[in-house]
Design a protein around this ligand. Structure first.
Ligand code: ATP
Ligand code: LTN
Length: 334
């Protein structure tokens, strides 16, 4: 990577190609990626191996992975200055994943709440990969001696597991892995469903009104925010008793940078109609430049393919250093 960054720390985060990213993915993770990409040595990519835990039509998975890759470039993460790649293009992820399985206790993996949620949601396919998912995530992170991992709040528990695995391994073999820190943004860390604001906004929700996709048109965004669940009090303030309004305030805050207090002042004495119109407009404006760049990139398949190949080559060079060290330490014949 070029060394003209203001900070030498390494940042890594991946996102699964399980569907078009939502406003939750964007505000909780991708927006922070774009900011960090300016200052740190960053690796960002599509976690396509993780998405195999949920059965998908092969053509569709390939299409989604390419679309997601294009979206990462549309965020201006800059593939010259950072490494933008696809997880399965770098075999070291699966290799280290296996080794780390043998340094993860069944009991600690069993405590992961995402596994419990996902196995309820996909009760017909509770595969071993779904259980093992956080160990592969730990491998993704530890391969690159990562300092910071920008994620949404829902991934905190997986990060703790990654740190525990690193500590355990280092405790046996000496300092092999750096202990990574999660980076969770102040606003947008947990964007909630527009229809059931007690649940997180999720691209796999069956109710399309519950989420906004980063590719939704202005009209669709306006409609979805208009129909977002609020309450009957018609007053804009932040409170656990008002999850719908609080969620819209968080979205507005993440898009405009305004504080909760400033938003309360702005809408004092006004109804939900005005408030929702302002939130919708802020979301449309936030997504507009990304959508414009994405539309252009989607037609440039050769460029996407070439850039992904270069990203994988750069990533593999770094990953293989750590993998080589690990293989030696655990006694694999090299
Ligand atoms: P799914 O909705 O299919 O279960 P997901 O969106 O939760 O998937 P990923 O695509 O892997 O899972 O998430 C990518 C990033 O987006 C992660 O850093 C995650 O923490 C963040 N994220 C996901 N949902 C939200 C949300 N509602 N609010 C904030 N951040 C989120
Ligand atoms: N499990 C993550 C996606 C993911 C990830 C990673 C995030 C896979 N590997 C490495 C950060 C670092 C999720 O957000 N659902």
């Amino acid at each position: 990577m070029e060394n003209n960054k203001t900070n030498e720390k390494t940042v890594l985060s991946l996102i699964q190609p399980t569907g078009t990213p939502t406003l939750g993915n964007y505000l909780g993770a991708l927006k922070n990626w774009a900011q960090m990409a300016q200052d740190y040595n960053c690796l960002f990519g599509a976690a396509d191996l993780h998405s195999l835990t949920i059965r998908t039509e092969p053509q569709l998975l390939r299409h989604r992975t390419m679309e997601l890759y294009a979206l990462l470039l549309a965020l201006e993460l800059d593939p010259e200055k950072n490494i933008i790649f696809v997880q399965s293009h770098v075999p070291a992820h699966a290799q280290l994943g296996w080794i780390l399985n043998c340094y993860t206790q069944f009991g600690e993996a069993s405590r992961m709440t995402q596994f419990k949620d996902k196995s309820q949601k996909h009760a017909d396919n509770v595969n071993v990969g779904l259980f093992d998912y956080p160990v592969l995530m730990a491998a993704d992170i530890l391969l690159y001696q990562t300092d910071y991992v920008p994620i949404g709040a829902d991934q905190k528990q997986h990060m703790e597991l990654a740190r525990n695995i690193a500590d355990r391994f280092n405790g046996i073999y000496g300092d092999v892995f750096k202990a990574p820190e999660p980076f969770i943004g102040k606003s947008g860390a947990r964007v909630m469903s527009l229809q059931e604001p007690e649940k997180k906004m999720s691209k796999s929700d069956t109710n399309a009104k519950s989420f906004i996709l980063v590719t939704d048109t202005a009209d669709v965004i306006v409609k979805k925010i208009k129909s977002a669940v609020t309450d009957s009090e018609a007053a804009v303030y932040y409170s656990p008793e008002k999850p719908g309004v609080s969620n819209l305030m968080d979205i507005y805050s993440a898009c405009t940078g305004k504080s909760r207090e400033a938003i309360e002042d702005e809408f004092r004495g006004k109804g939900y109609g005005d408030f929702k119109a302002a939130v919708a407009e802020a979301v449309v404006e936030e997504l507009r430049p990304i959508q414009e760049r994405l539309a252009k990139l989607q037609g440039e398949k050769d460029y996407l393919q070439e850039t992904a190949a270069k990203g994988a080559e750069k990533a593999a060079r770094l990953a293989n250093r750590t993998l080589g060290k690990v293989m030696k330490k655990v006694g694999l014949w090299k």
